[in-house]
Every structure is written in C-alpha cells, then in structure tokens.
Design a protein around this ligand. Structure first.
Ligand SMILES: Nc1nc2c(ncn2[C@@H]2O[C@H](COP(=O)(O)OP(=O)(O)OP(=O)(O)O)[C@@H](O)[C@H]2O)c(=O)[nH]1
Length: 393
C-alpha cells in the first residue's frame, strides 16, 4: 500500500486528513518551526533592508527615496518585532493564518515598492521570484497558506505592474508565466517536503509503538519468568524451598564446607502422627498445621541455614558450620518450639511433636548420602517412639 494512503496523508495539501493527527504532528514540530521562523524573519528583514542601498543609487536624496526607505523600515521593524514576539511567546504554528503574518507583510511590502519605484520593475521581478521560493521553502507554514501568500504576492505584483508601470500585454503575459512557474515549482517542492516529513513522523510513531509493545512484552515475560522461578523454588503451601531448590542450595553449602574443611549437618524433620490430623479434621486443617510448623522451624533457625519441604509432612534443613553436638541442641530446640505451637480451633488442645534425624558430614560424604543417613536416623527415632532426636555417630 502506498505510504500516503497508509498514513492517511492528502496528496494535494501534504497534510494528514485527520485533524487530530495533523495537530499532533504540528505539536511535534513546534520548536523547529519557531526556530526556523525567527531565523527566516531576520534573514528576510536584512535582505529587505539591504535594498535601501540600490534605492539610494537609483533615486538619490529625493522624497521618493525617503518614502521607500520609510516603507522598508516599517517592513523590517515589523519582521524584527515578530521575531522577538515569537522568541518570547512561541509561534502560532497551530494557527497557520496568523502564523503567515510575516508572509502577508513581506508580500505587501514588495507590492508597495512598485508604485513607489516604478522604474525598478525589472529588479523587483527577481526579488518576487526569490520571495516566492522563500515563501514556499524558507518561512515555515502549511502548503495551502504558503500558496495563498505566494499567489497574493504574484497577483499583487502583476496588478501593480499593470496599474502603475503600464507594461505592455506581452510583458504582462511573460511575467504571469514566470511567476506561475515559480509558484508551481515552489508548490511541488513544498508538497514533496510536507509529504516526506509526515511520512517520517508516521514511521517514527509506528516504531515507537512497536518499541512500547516490545517493552511491554519483555516486562510481561520477565514477570512470568519471576513467577515461574518462584513456583520452582518456593513451596506453594509453606513458602519454604522446594525439594529441588533445597538440593541446589545445600550442594553449594556442602561444597563450601568441604573447601573450608568446616562442619556441615543435615536435619530431617517429620511431624508425628500427622495422618491423624488429616483423618480427623480434614486436609484443610492439616495444611494449616503444616504452614504453622514450617514457619516455626524457619523462625528458629539461623539466616545461613537452608530449610526446605522434602515432601508431605517432612522438612529438611542444611546447616553449615555446626558440629554434631550443636546440631543435636538445635534439633532439641526445634522440637521444643514445635511442641509449644498453639493451634487455633478446632485443633486447639492438640499438641504437636516432631522426630528429627541428623547426619553429620564426614570427609567426602555426598549430599544424597547425608540425606539418606538423616532419613535413617529419622526412622530410627520413629521406631524408638517418636518425639526424639537421633544423630549419626
Ligand atoms: N494436609 C496435608 N496432608 C498431607 C500433605 N502431604 C502429605 N500429607 C499427608 O501426610 C500424611 C503422612 O502420613 P504418614 O506418612 O502415615 O505419617 P504420620 O501419620 O505422620 O505418621 P508418622 O510419620 O509415622 O508419625 C498422609 O496422610 C498424607 O496424606 C499436604 O500437603 N497437606
């Protein structure tokens, strides 16, 4: 699809067909238009003022020269005043008719020269052609207004030439043709420029929208990734580490312990007769007990200890820098903490207990061996009557 059609740009005016889109575009070029308008006004004022020298050469110290000079000074002052106002309060690019005031002033100024200096007609023709080009390309404005101002200048100039200089018909026709050509070239050049700028604006907007969508997608994916990571690392019921995440972290602790030749223990903790709670009060109440035991154990451990849910009502702890006797004391404390848990209704009155098996690192013991040893100690404790701590020798 052609870009003009895709972006809804009129091929005749070079503007967006939708007024809102056009307003957005104008807003985006406001600063550039302001800067360019001021610059153009100052340049035009300087050029217009410079012609006073040729006026003096032609007219000398006459009243005609002073009338012309006064007119030139008014135009130059009007241009400078406008440049200052635009610098202070911003330009009127959103109101093209008002924004075109400099064009009307200049066009009128050029046309007024003819009755004041009829003999300079030939020189003025060049000035009108240059001014027409400047109206289209130098002084920023929308195509339709630039065209109106340029046509006003051309028609005004030809009319003044016919009325005040009395040019022959053939010269008038040549002049008309020349100015018509200048207008057509200026119109086509500005139309092309307007189309290109609006296409560029639309492409840039498309790119920005795509980037924003991409950014959203990236953020969404990141959030999903974090959610997945949490699901993989954190047990949904108790908030403790999942079995796989525990193994990963415990491996790291054991590696460091081997490297530093420091102590390391594994504790396997199992709630006693948990099935009875489920059977008597249902799984929902069982879940509440699991959560409470998990948070009690977590709070009773050090920051460096890693605790995970190994499965069902079984928890596992990796403890770095702790010797067997200290581990037994910790396990005994954990047992007491669990025993003091006060359950809410309907479980109030039930006292909980846990059995704990401890395995202590020997020189080259692997993690799975330690877990197995802790498990054996746990079942030794269960067989010996529960609510106990058993450790490898
Ligand atoms: N509510 C709840 N129960 C669970 C969950 N996971 C496992 N269980 C239950 O935990 C119970 C474990 O029972 P057992 O292995 O016989 O152990 P126990 O009753 O604690 O007996 P001992 O360990 O020998 O003292 C079973 O009833 C399982 O259904 C869970 O996520 N929520």
């Amino acid at each position: 699809m052609p870009l003009n059609k895709k972006y809804n740009i009129s091929w005749l005016t070079g503007q967006f067909k939708e007024s809102e889109q056009e307003a957005r575009y104008r807003e985006s070029i406001k600063l550039t238009v302001r800067r360019d308008t001021r610059l153009a006004l100052i340049i035009v004022a300087l050029i217009f003022a410079m012609f006073t020298i040729t006026d003096y050469n032609l007219l000398g110290d006459t009243s005609g020269f002073y009338a012309l000079a006064a007119m030139r000074i008014s135009v130059v002052l009007a241009c400078i005043a406008l440049a200052v106002i635009i610098g202070r309060v911003g330009c009127l690019s959103s109101r093209p008719l008002l924004h075109a005031i400099p064009l009307w002033i200049l066009a009128t100024g050029i046309v007024v020269i003819i009755p004041l200096r009829p003999e300079s007609l030939l020189t003025q023709i060049t000035a009108v052609v240059v001014a027409t080009m400047a109206f289209y390309l130098l002084i920023p404005n929308v195509l339709s207004i630039a065209t109106c101002a340029s046509v006003f200048l051309s028609v005004g100039f030809i009319s003044a030439a016919v009325i005040f200089v009395d040019v022959p018909i053939t010269t008038t026709m040549r002049l008309t043709l020349l100015l018509a050509m200048a207008n057509i070239v200026g119109y086509c050049a500005l139309l092309r420029l307007e189309l290109l700028q609006r296409r560029q604006f639309s492409l840039l907007n498309d790119e920005r929208e795509q980037n924003a969508r991409l950014q959203q997608e990236v953020e969404h994916r990141r959030a999903l990734e974090a959610q997945l990571r949490m699901l993989a690392e954190q047990d949904a019921l108790t908030g403790l580490a999942t079995r796989s995440h525990f193994i990963k972290r415990a491996e790291g602790l054991l590696r460091s312990a081997r490297h530093d030749n420091s102590a390391f223990c594994i504790l396997m903790i199992d709630i006693d007769h948990f099935k009875r709670i489920n059977d008597s009060w249902g799984h929902m109440q069982g879940d509440i007990v699991l959560k409470q035991v998990a948070s009690t154990l977590r709070c009773a451990l050090r920051e460096v200890d890693v605790i995970g849910r190994f499965g069902g009502e079984e928890f596992i702890v990796a403890m770095p820098n702790i010797e067997c006797q200290q581990a037994i004391s910790v396990a005994t404390r954990l047992k007491s903490c669990v025993a003091t848990i006060e359950l809410a209704e309907p479980l109030d009155g039930i006292s909980l207990s846990v059995t704990i098996g401890i395995a202590v690192k020997r020189d080259e013991t692997m993690l799975d061996e330690l877990i197995q040893q802790a498990d054996e100690m746990l079942y030794k404790g269960k067989r010996s009557g529960r609510n106990r701590v058993e450790a490898t020798q």
